[in-house]
Structure formats: C-alpha cells, structure tokens
Design a protein around this ligand. Structure first.
Ligand code: UDP
Ligand code: MN
Length: 345
C-alpha cells in the first residue's frame, strides 16, 4: 500500500513537472506569445518601436525627391564601442541624400545613447529595440538577425518603395556606393573588402552578367555573399522574404526567400572591379573597473568636472567606477608629479 502511494506521488510529480516543462517550451516557441506571425518571430521576443522620424532635418543636404530613398538597416548592440561605431557611421550617412536610417538595437530598452546619436544626425530614422531571443545567447549565434528581421517587418508594414541595404554598425562605406545602389531594380551586388580568407568577397562578372562568386566560404550557398554585398529594391521584397536564425547562411537564405535568380543580379562597382565597402572590425575594449570613491570625490568642488567625466565614462559603458575594488588610478600634475586619487582625498 505504501509502495503504491509512493508510486502515485512520483507519478503526480512527473506529470506536474512535464506540464511546467511543456508550458515553458511552448512559450519559448512563441505559441503562447502575443506575436501572431510565427514565420517572422519563432521565439518569444519583445520588440519595441522606440522612435520614428520621417523628416530630413539636415540643412546642408539638398534632397531631390526624384531620388529613390535608401533604407539603411543597421543592427547594433550595447558595448563600449557602440556609441563610437554609430557616431562614425552617422558621419558617413549624414553626407548621403535621401536616406532613412533604421537602427535596430539588440537590447530590451530604448537606449538614450542610441537615441541621442540618431537625433543629432538630422536624418530620417527608425529606432527599434530588438533583443535577441535568449536561446541565441550562446557562442556562434546568428549575429544581428533578430534586429534585421524586425527592421524587415517595419519596412514591409511602412514602406512601399525605395532600396534596402544592410550595413552593420562596424562597416566602412565609400559614399560612391550610395549613388550606385540607389538605382537597384531588383537585387544589385558588389564586392566587399576584408572578408574571409580571400580578403574580398564578390560576384564574378562576364559581359555585364554575374557568372559566379569569389568567396572563401562557399558552404553550399547559392549566393555566397556578405550581408553588405547586396541591395534590394523594396518592391522586390516579397511576402515570403525571411532571414532565418542560421549563422553564416542569413544572406543566402534571405536572397533565396526573395526567389532571386542569378541572371537577375545587377552587378555594380564597375562590373565588380572596385571595392566600395569593407567588413571592418573594431578591436574589443575590455571594460576596466576603476577603484575610485566617486561619492567622496563629489564632495570636493575642484573635482566636479572630473566627477562628471567619470559618470559619462561609466554611462557610455567604457569603464566601471567602484569605491572598493578595481585598478588603482592616478592623477598627474606638473608633468612629473603623479599621485593616487586616494592621496588627494
Ligand atoms: N550584433 C548584434 N548583437 C550581437 C552581436 C552583433 O546586434 O550580440 C550586430 C552588430 O552590431 C553588427 C552585426 O550584428 O551590426 C554583425 O555583428 P558583428 O559585426 O559582430 O559580426 P561580423 O561582422 O564579425 O560577422
Ligand atoms: Mn561586423
């Protein structure tokens, strides 16, 4: 009898745990989420539209409306290099007429730092918060995919014509590329510098037509190209357009989802002989912790500006400031005198 009771209890516990597990799995698959389009969002993520500005407020740019609009889609994520990367890219885009910058940020908040960069450009822009689903928080996850997918959704819902271009926050673009890709009819392609083991990734062109690809990682891809190596006319962006969460295959699967044929590709950059965009990478900065008692320093009026600089440094994620732990830091005076901050407190 006792044995039966034990068995009954164990069985009840197993049923209970399975139910919890099922509920957990379902919610992660998006089945319990409020997202209705399961094709576009396979796992529960909460995207937020932070801000949209359709006005071009740049005084120095003459925007002829006969020019097609370029929608420049940039995934980004919080790290010490985020603001500098976006600043540098902003300073390129600010020279380009008729461009709308879609910045999709991989974090659950609408970041003030990102908003502030966007506002100051004077560009038309869309700021979206698009955190990646937690199952992709491991190593070798598809980078920037959640961001590009939500940007694609926004484009499909809000824009009828123009040209889409995916440009990462760390890429380098020659202004001449914009003049070229603006005239994309379906899908245009061009070389990207600093890719893989060949130093370049590009379509190979013969008699004005793409006849093959030069890329050090073919991986059975129909279109072995980099994300920054093609542009798409938004009218060609089909209902079926989809970028899957498959690391390394995002470009190929996306182009295949558009039903693109190799013969339809429009080669740019002088028949793919010039490099007008580079897959540059910024060296990662390891965020230090400075051992400084900021509250104590704050009470000394001559260090007010310095305290504010430390706050700015920490706000931008470049260093932590901690009263108890971290590296000893120094101030320098009279060229040779240096003393620890602890000494002057
Ligand atoms: N990215 C992101 N979340 C991440 C890592 C990367 O949104 O966790 C973005 C990043 O800002 C960039 C794009 O995805 O615009 C590609 O990432 P990265 O430049 O690190 O990859 P790589 O160019 O080396 O493939
Ligand atoms: Mn990159």
């Amino acid at each position: 009898m006792k044995l039966f009771k034990l068995f009954k209890n164990t069985f009840a516990m197993a049923v209970f745990l399975s139910a919890i597990w099922l509920l957990f799995t379902w919610s992660n698959l998006g089945m319990l989420s409020i997202q209705t389009d399961s094709r576009s969002i396979p796992v529960a993520v909460k995207n937020k539209l932070c801000n949209v500005n359709f006005n071009d407020e740049r005084p120095h740019i003459t925007n002829s409306t006969s020019l097609k609009m370029i929608y420049y889609v940039t995934p980004t994520y919080p790290r010490p290099e985020q603001v500098p990367e976006l600043t540098r890219l902003a300073h390129t885009l600010m020279h380009v007429p008729r461009i709308h910058w879609i910045v999709a940020d991989d974090q659950p908040l609408c970041s003030d730092q990102v908003s502030s960069v966007l506002r100051r450009t004077g560009l038309p822009y869309t700021h979206i918060s698009s955190p990646k689903p937690f199952i992709y928080k491991s190593t070798n996850f598809p980078r920037g995919v959640a961001n590009r997918r939500v940007a694609l959704n926004w484009l499909q819902e809000n824009v009828a014509e123009g040209v889409l271009y995916f440009g990462d926050d760390d890429n380098t673009v020659d202004l001449r590329l914009f003049d070229e890709l603006r005239n994309t009819k379906k899908v245009s392609m061009f070389p990207v510098g600093l890719i893989g083991e060949y130093g370049v990734s590009s379509p190979i062109v013969k008699d004005g037509k793409v006849v093959g690809f030069f890329d050090s990682w073919p991986a059975s891809r129909t279109f072995p190209v980099d994300m920054a190596g093609f542009a798409v006319n938004i009218e060609f962006l089909k209902e079926t357009a989809n970028m899957p969460f498959i690391a390394g295959h995002e470009e190929d699967r996306f182009l295949v989802s558009l039903d693109l044929k190799v013969e339809d590709i429009e080669p740019l950059a002088a028949n793919c002989t010039k490099v007008l965009v580079w897959h540059t990478k910024t060296v990662k900065h390891k965020k230090p912790t400075l051992k400084i008692n900021i509250n104590k320093l704050n009470t000394i009026s001559k260090y007010q500006n310095f305290v504010n600089l430390l706050k700015e440094t920490s706000r931008l994620g470049m260093a932590e400031v901690n009263a108890e732990a971290g590296i000893k830091s120094y101030v320098t005076r009279n060229r040779k005198t240096s003393e620890t901050l602890a000494d002057i407190l």
